[in-house]
Design a protein around this ligand. Structure first.
Ligand code: NDP
Ligand code: GDR
Length: 369
């Protein structure tokens, strides 16, 4: 039985990847952080009680800022594959916590590589590094591919640039099987609530149910190449099943503006939106609405709030995944429309449940907000 170790197993991708690897018959080990409240909601459905013998999913407390902890876990597990997905992954937040982000996202990657090297596992353990389209930053070329020059635009992007190059360096210097997946944005119903897609689908659901008035949003003009996390974790696994390690772009090749994602999400509840005004004064107004929901024609349901702007922005991402298609046989299965529908339906369900519980006298403050 192959053993995999996933850092960031409690995150969006970690949870989908753990599920995939369990299905493939792996023994999966995950590193989770200690937190004052439970943080394992995304993997609760695959969790196994520690009293069960021969468990397939084993969780270890750890942190990418703690080298001795990582060395101990890797020594104990002796993994065949490590997926380094742990990170402070929010671009806007990285401007507020730049040093921490550098430590975890940049040096954290080095700590994993160095642990494998020091433990003499370079011939056994393959390493996947979660690199990102944020490396491209200021547009140099579109669509972006493996050899497009990097120009990161945030402390997050710069930290990930270190992670990218240290992975390449360990591969070349020590002949390790280490590779970078340069993944473009990917989303799902379990996407973190403060990333723009999930923020939008949650707001659409709450507005439709009469639980929220308005969606406050930042830059409406940014363009992103959005795929589905389920498709993208498949690509991570494929990258570690090759004869030799290489870096791959994973993307859909289609880019969409934030304002169009908003339109698509509102359309899922039968609302047609038009945008009026410009820049900081732009608003989204209801042109027509399905009478099933609490949304009135003429109502302003989207407002720009400059507090969500970034000090420096990545304007346009669109990826060329031809290499992944040719060498890994990877293509995305989900369309953006499928994904938007799935996310809105899932958030509607979540908040209908909240509404039902509230109406029946239960306190749901910590459960959904
Ligand atoms: P999430 O933010 O959903 O998950 C991040 C994970 O990292 C969580 O499990 C989090 O733990 C964990 N983590 C955070 N800080 C530390 C730390 N100091 N030590 C150990 N673990 C830590 O991100 P995604 O699942 O979306 O992304 C996975 C990886 O892929 C990240 O590295 C991200 O930067 C990268 N990436 C993501 C893309 C995307 O569009 N989703 C695109 C390209 C790259 P906790 O649950 O406790 O917060
Ligand atoms: P991104 O994702 O920065 O691309 O990083 P995010 O969803 O946060 O932003 C995408 C774009 O939307 C614009 N935007 C807003 N973003 C947020 N979060 N909140 C808002 O209110 C808002 N309004 C407009 C942003 O300015 C940006 O242009 C994600 C993360 O998963 C990274 O970890 C990963 O590496 C990259 O994707 C690829």
């Amino acid at each position: 039985m192959k053993k995999a170790l996933i850092t960031g197993v409690t995150g969006q991708d970690g949870a989908y990847l753990a599920e995939l690897l369990l299905k493939k018959g792996y023994e999966v080990h995950g590193i989770k952080r200690r937190s004052s409240l439970f943080n394992t909601q995304r993997i609760d459905h695959i969790y196994e009680d520690p009293h069960i013998p021969n468990r397939h999913l084993v969780l270890h407390y750890g942190d990418l800022s703690d080298a001795s902890n990582l060395i101990r876990i890797i020594q104990e597990v002796q993994p065949d594959e490590i997926y380094n997905l742990g990170a402070m992954s929010h671009v806007k937040v990285s401007f507020e916590t730049p040093e921490y982000t550098g430590n975890v996202d940049g040096l954290g990657t080095l700590r994993i590589l160095e642990a494998v090297r020091l433990l003499g596992l370079t011939n056994k353990t393959k390493i996947y590094q979660a690199s990102t389209s944020e490396l491209y930053g200021l547009v140099q070329e579109v669509p972006q591919k493996e050899n497009t020059p990097f120009y990161p635009r945030s402390p997050y992007g710069v930290a990930k640039l270190y992670g990218y190059w240290i992975t390449v360096n360990y591969r070349e210097a020590y002949n390790m099987y280490a590779c970078n997946g340069i993944l473009f944005n990917h989303e799902s119903p379990t996407r973190g609530e403060t990333f723009v897609t999930r923020k939008i689908t949650r707001a659409v659901a709450k507005i439709a149910l009469g639980l929220q008035d308005c969606l406050y949003i930042g830059n409406l003009d940014a363009q992103r190449d959005w795929g589905h996390a389920k498709d993208y974790v498949e690509a991570m696994w494929l990258m570690l099943q090759q004869d030799s390690p290489e870096d791959f772009v994973i993307a859909t090749g289609i880019t969409t503006r934030i304002r169009d994602f908003i339109r698509m999400a509102f359309a899922e509840v039968g609302v047609e939106l038009c945008f009026e005004g410009s820049a900081e004064n732009e608003v989204g107004v209801v042109v027509s609405a399905d009478s099933q929901w609490s949304i009135a024609k003429g109502k302003t349901v989207v407002k720009v709030d400059p507090q969500y702007y970034r000090p420096s922005e990545v304007d346009l991402l669109i990826g060329d995944a031809t290499k992944a298609k040719e060498k890994l046989g990877w293509t995305p299965k989900y369309s953006l429309a499928d994904m938007v529908k799935e996310m809105v339906v899932s958030d509607l369900q979540l908040f209908k449940r909240q509404q039902f519980l509230k109406e029946n006298g239960f306190d749901v403050r910590n459960e959904f907000e």
